[in-house]
Ligand binder design. Structure first.
Ligand SMILES: *Cc1c(COP(=O)(O)O)cnc(C)c1O
Length: 392
């Protein structure tokens, strides 16, 4: 008889559970076409669930900058930033981010997930207090659970709850508060000015993950913190959303950057971004700074959608391009998503554990790359599927 295989048994059981709960996930190869359209298995769809809010993933100048970077620097960086992977292109991008966002130092990471893990693990020690919003991104939650600090989650966007927890924390130990600027699944915004004040009063540091705000909000697209006129101690920006590329940066004071350069393991032990990608990102920053029309267009499209939706469609009105359509049951979210697909709209159902149980939703996102016609057609399709669901 072959030996028992407990790992295989566990994997099969977990898959069977996900399947029976209607929570099994799949990847599907897509092809991106012009104008927020994708092709999947030969079918064309209007695409309303990406994070390319400004339409920069298709920007010719960014593509060109990436190609020029490839010619100048070759394919990969060749090493960790601490060995020989930190090229002139990385250095210049970090300077540009500092000047734009108003920080002394910036450190590039290969992803936002890595940046969040790196910062939390490098800063937090046993006995410290880490307080984070209950709806923070998985990368923050996971690092918080795994790090040696005492981690507590405060009620979503609830400054009162945060204040109580800050006061209860040991006064002589480091305290770190972490929030997103714009919440990725809800599209709402953290009360950053209040949080900054609370942190100052209690001697805590504030870290803001502005993955969905940077590029989209604030003067020159500088993000949630600039919009709220505050400076966090640590700002994380990611380049996979409004920047249309990939990667991330941590912005902070220069002593903190120096400390992270010693102790942030995802920086020390990981290959630096390809320098050509840094060139593309430098161009993305220039586009974000110099093209306010992209942000204005998002605003216009957002208003157009709201104006053409039936009042009964429970699309949450937000000040960001993220517009959740709250459904509740996972199965129902999948059905609505499938019906919209039949009408030519690609909008993924977001289910637990990405969102809390019973809060499955369609996460609609707008992009400056959408046309007015696409928005009007979307409104019509949403009105239809919602009406059909109600009269079933
Ligand atoms: C997407 C996201 C990340 C992860 O960034 P990647 O660069 O995609 O790894 C981190 N935080 C938030 C809030 C995000 O939405």
């Amino acid at each position: 008889m072959p030996a028992a295989d407990p790992l295989k048994a566990r994997i099969n059981q977990a898959l069977a559970e996900r399947h029976s709960q209607g929570l099994l996930r799949h990847r599907q190869p897509i092809q991106r076409l012009e104008g927020a359209t994708i092709q999947v298995e030969g079918q064309l769809y209007h695409h309303f669930c990406g994070n390319d809010y400004l339409g920069l993933a298709e920007c010719d100048r960014i593509r060109q900058a990436w190609q020029d970077g490839l010619q100048r620097f070759g394919a990969g960086s060749g090493a960790s930033p601490l060995v020989t992977g930190h090229h002139q292109a990385h250095h210049q991008l970090e300077q540009q981010l500092c000047d734009w966002l108003g920080f002394e130092a910036a450190l590039l990471f290969s992803s936002g997930f890595a940046a969040n893990q790196a910062v939390i693990h490098a800063l937090m020690q046993k006995g410290d207090t880490l307080l984070q919003d209950r709806l923070n991104h998985a990368s923050l939650q996971e690092a918080g659970h795994l790090c040696p600090a005492t981690m507590k989650r405060f009620a979503h966007n609830d400054s009162g709850d945060l204040a109580r927890r800050l006061k209860a924390a040991p006064g002589d130990r480091p305290k770190l508060v972490i929030t997103e600027g714009v919440f990725s699944m809800d599209g709402d915004q953290a009360p950053l000015a209040e949080m900054r004040q609370l942190c100052d009063d209690q001697g805590a540091w504030l870290m803001v993950d502005d993955a969905h705000g940077c590029g989209v909000l604030g003067p020159e697209g500088r993000g949630s913190c600039a919009a709220a006129q505050i400076q966090p101690d640590i700002l994380v920006v990611t380049f996979g959303k409004a920047f249309g590329c990939a990667g991330a940066a941590v912005l902070c004071r220069s002593d903190v950057a120096q400390y992270l350069t010693q102790f942030a393991r995802h920086l020390v032990y990981s290959t630096a971004l390809p320098p050509a990608q840094a060139c593309a990102l430098a161009e993305a920053v220039r586009q974000i700074q110099s093209q306010p029309w992209r942000r204005e267009r998002l605003h216009t499209l957002s208003e157009l959608l709201a104006a053409n939706l039936d009042a009964r469609v429970p699309l949450v009105s937000t000040a960001t391009p993220i517009k959740p359509l709250m459904v509740g049951e996972s199965q129902r979210a999948l059905e609505l998503s499938a019906q919209l697909k039949e009408k030519g709209f690609w909008i993924s159902a977001i289910r637990p554990p990405t969102v809390p149980a019973g809060q499955a939703r369609l996460r609609l996102t707008l992009s400056a790359g959408h046309s007015e016609q696409q928005i009007l057609a979307l409104a019509e399709a949403l009105n239809e599927v919602w009406h059909a669901a109600e009269t079933e």
